[in-house]
Design a protein around this ligand. Structure first.
Ligand SMILES: Cc1cc2nc3c(=O)[nH]c(=O)nc-3n(C[C@H](O)[C@H](O)[C@H](O)COP(=O)(O)O)c2cc1C
Length: 189
């Protein structure tokens, strides 16, 4: 077994630093190492949709989704600043988070590629704020955009859940771990 350590052994933690204060010695963590390390944190996979200013449907595959609060009902996810659909999400009043099932890997791949028409051939529903709804997700959270926070090269979007649609099919989740799709390993016994 090998271990690797990145970043400074000592120094002031970022959350204790004052605005503008330097990171401290040798704090640069190489992005590749960071991406690899982040990948150990297994997640579900979602597709988040909205409409752009011209009314065109927009969607991205996102694993940054997380639950925030029960009362009020809040969720969050973050959108990359270099995504084509960044400005659409940054300005959107509403968005919908589709939690994907194990059988929706192709859909995940489709929305993980920058493309002009990711929605071709899909039977779309219409949610709060006219947001496009995709078929087949185990659960969909329709949200009003409530807060936006700076998040480095991402923008963090917090949404208030307005409607939940759960599918009858108790589908196993699509998971993502260390750069690959994964399924739930069923415990024996
Ligand atoms: C499993 C997985 C998770 C992803 N999670 C996110 C995410 O949380 N936020 C994000 O902005 N992009 C995420 N991406 C990348 C986007 O899906 C990808 O960059 C997509 O091309 C963005 O679409 P756009 O460029 O048309 O806006 C993820 C991709 C995959 C495969």
């Amino acid at each position: 077994m090998s271990t690797a350590t990145y970043g400074p052994a000592t120094g002031t933690p970022a959350f204790l630093r004052r605005a503008g204060e330097a990171d401290g010695p040798g704090t640069a963590i190489e992005p590749g190492a960071l991406r690899r390390a982040f990948g150990h944190f297994a997640t579900g996979v979602t597709i988040v949709t909205t409409r752009d200013a011209g009314g065109a449907p927009v969607g991205v595959t996102a694993s940054s989704f997380n639950t925030v609060s029960l009362a009020p009902p809040l969720v969050l996810w973050s959108v990359a600043r270099n995504a084509y659909s960044f400005s659409a999400f940054a300005q959107a009043d509403h968005f919908a988070v589709h939690v994907l099932g194990a059988g929706q890997r192709d859909l995940s791949d489709r929305f993980a590629r920058p493309a002009t028409d990711k929605f071709g051939g899909l039977a779309l529903g219409q949610g709060h704020g006219g947001v496009p709804l995709l078929p087949g997700a185990p659960v969909v959270f329709e949200c009003a955009a409530e807060h936006r926070y700076e998040g480095g090269d991402h923008l963090i979007l917090v949404g208030r859940v307005l409607r939940i649609t759960e599918s009858d099919a108790a589908d196993a989740p699509l998971l993502f771990h260390r750069g690959r799709y994964a399924g739930l390993a069923q415990a024996a016994g």
